[in-house]
Design a protein around this ligand. Sequence first.
Ligand SMILES: *Cc1c(COP(=O)(O)O)cnc(C)c1O
Length: 383
Amino acid sequence: MKTIIQGKEEISKTDRAYIEINLKNLCHNVKVLQNAMPKKCELMAVVKAEAYGHGAFYISKYLNKMGIKSFAVATIDEGIKLRKYGIRGDILILGWTCVNRAYELKKYDLTQTLIDFEYAYELSRQGVAVKAHIKIDTGMHRLGIPCEEFLNVKKVFSMKNIKISGIFTHLCCSDSRNPEDIEFTKGQILSFYNLIDILKASSITIPKLHIQSSYGLLNYPELNCDYVRAGIALYGVLSTPDNDTKLKLDLRPVFSLKSKVVLIRSVKKGDSIGYGRSFTAKRDSRIAILSVGYGDGFPRNLSCGRGSVKINQHIVPVIGRICMDQLAVDITDAGDVNCGDIATLIGAEESNVLSAPVVADNSGSISNELLCRMGARLPVRIE
Ligand SMILES: *Cc1c(COP(=O)(O)O)cnc(C)c1O
């Protein structure tokens, strides 16, 4: 579990770098997403990878208190952690779990995704009654029973130790508004419902259905499922800066990354800074050292001016190479900066340069990856 710190005082005295979580915005996003969903559809909060780097403990506890009763994680150990935090409701494991751990699935009341037919068979053979959702592959070709194999899907419903409470598929290009991708996605949705019709025709009681993740909801809001599995949208950002979506929701970022100025130094024109001497001062300069680096999750490829940070309302460039635990910024033009000042590296309140999608894009990635890498070393401060 991550360290939880409350109160500005403590942060300013002791912490070199930290994540700031805005729970008001999280609450807002939940309501906005719920309003965009059909009446009977439930929000399944995806809290894998430490809730996308936000800290699974506080996020899940808060969501649970708000009335969210359905969670998704990637691994059994993430699921067990949630139970140890006291999270109630359904917890679906989206990825593979070794069948030897069937007893733990039962003990912690976790729901396992059946990733293919053989997996379901092996899990049932463990002799422990386990809750499960069947995953159907409709074109992503990652996990799931191929949608054409309806005989196998039917067989899973009669497996002795498998208690099916859901069936779902995953869309692989629902983020795209390109006509070919829309065509493909509609094909995935159709294949899924065709399979459901076949099951109905065989008198199988249909369990809860789900198809959409964040972009599935934003681009295919007309679907009428039992759950939406929302991750990135819940945290109030899109994956990339210029994403066009059919539904435009007022989502608000939950995450900020902040760090303290621990040293200020003057360098002479011609001096180099950092590893590899990759930055040379073109003028006499003032440099601030921030106590945060790629060991905290801030991408190293934002080195050498590709990234910037905000100090006292000034946007200043990262100079030289980002280290594991420190980085340098040029504050020559940033006015009066002092040791102990707080720099924002990713800002929940920023609409442009420091928003997660833009920072991620500058580092050649998407917000999802940028945020979930922040899970390891940083303490979390709750706003
Ligand atoms: C991670 C994941 C999600 C959440 O995706 P977002 O795009 O973050 O909403 C949904 N479904 C599955 C199967 C996932 O693995």
